[in-house]
Design a protein around this ligand. Structure first.
Ligand SMILES: [Zn+2]
Ligand SMILES: [Zn+2]
Length: 336
């Protein structure tokens, strides 16, 4: 009989208080050709997991296991897998597979692949004892980071980094950050390391305090206008009503990047107030592996400080409830 493991699955998507996640016994997965199996040590909790559990993102696979910030150790190689060795510590991220053939893949934009697969959405993720990954999509992890602190870098960090690139922040520019959780607190440090002046808009007093401690110039309420016009802004909170004030806070030629995979509806915009004078609104869609590698190298170079709250793996449901209630400062990480 195949070995069994414990894993969380999205049973019936719905409000997180109704218990959409359940813990079940599953067969331990076998790595296929070009894949490796990873014994999970920790898995970060991303807001996307919450959107999936609550049904904001439609499940693409019944009873999928969430989790795409996985840190673990290679414990079995599939046929033809040559990149890693048993015992290597690797990271399993959101981007699980791209086709390699579409016009986006062949032009260095695999984040826009027309047939992508994502960990914890299309294929089972890391809220489990084991996960399987295509070897080419896993990351080597900088030794400078422990398991708990490196996990949030794998999505929160990489996506925030891509959002920062999409926001076109000039060297030494003025950056506004709307919402200050797992992704934002990492991204702010990258911007600060490049000499940016950073203004944080968030409703949580604890998050404002963390932002100031990390060296941002100002921290105030979510809709408060920043003290100076912004060259760039990133919207991390999945709140569409923040788009108009964030656009209005931009200087001429400024860019607002929306970092999340999900955003509630954006209210009607006023062309003169929100877009004229060449203000731009950019979405951010996943990331390329090159983004991930560049970010992990940068994170190690500037040694980002990761604020993480560990939860035991068997309390994934409470971690999601806390995330939903804005009760996690920094990033929640499940520990096996
Ligand atoms: Zn493709
Ligand atoms: Zn994520």
């Amino acid at each position: 009989m195949p070995e069994q493991m414990k894993a969380w699955v999205v049973d019936r998507p719905g409000p997180v208080d109704g218990g959409p996640l359940v813990r079940v016994e599953k067969v331990v997965p076998e790595p296929g050709p070009g894949q490796v199996r990873v014994r999970v040590r920790v898995c970060g909790v991303c807001r996307t997991d919450l959107h999936l559990a609550e049904g904001d993102l439609a499940p693409r696979h019944p009873r999928v296991t969430p989790g795409h910030e996985v840190v673990g150790v290679v414990d079995r190689l599939g046929p033809d897998a040559t990149r890693w060795h048993e015992g290597d510590r690797i990271g399993v991220p959101w981007l699980a597979h791209t086709c390699g053939r579409c016009r986006f893949c062949v032009s260095g934009r695999e984040n826009l692949c027309v047939a992508p697969r994502f960990t914890g959405w299309d294929v089972d993720g890391g809220y489990a004892e084991y996960v399987v990954v295509d070897e080419a999509y896993a990351y080597a992890l900088p030794d400078a980071f422990g398991d708990v602190e490196v996990a949030p870098l794998l999505c929160a960090g990489i996506i925030g980094y891509r959002a920062l690139l999409r926001a076109n922040l000039p060297e030494g520019g003025r950056l506004g950050i709307y919402g200050f959780g797992g992704s934002a607190h990492i991204t702010a440090q990258v911007a600060l390391a490049h000499g940016a002046r950073v203004h944080v808009m968030t409703r949580s007093p604890e998050a404002q305090a963390l932002a100031l401690q990390l060296g941002v110039t100002s921290a105030a309420g979510a809709e408060a206008p920043p003290p100076e016009p912004l060259d760039s802004a990133i919207l991390f909170a999945p709140v569409g009503t923040l788009v108009p004030p964030a656009l209005a806070a931009l200087d001429r030629g400024g860019t607002l990047a929306v970092a999340g995979i999900y955003l509630s509806d954006i209210p009607v915009l006023n062309y003169q107030e929100h877009l004229f004078e060449e203000r731009s609104l950019q979405s951010v869609t996943a990331n390329t592996r090159r983004d991930g590698e560049a970010f992990l190298a940068e994170a190690a170079r500037i040694h980002v400080h990761v604020a993480a709250t560990p939860y035991p793996m068997d309390q994934a449901d409470s971690a999601l409830r806390d995330l939903s209630g804005d009760r996690v400062n920094g990033a929640a990480v499940l520990v096996a």
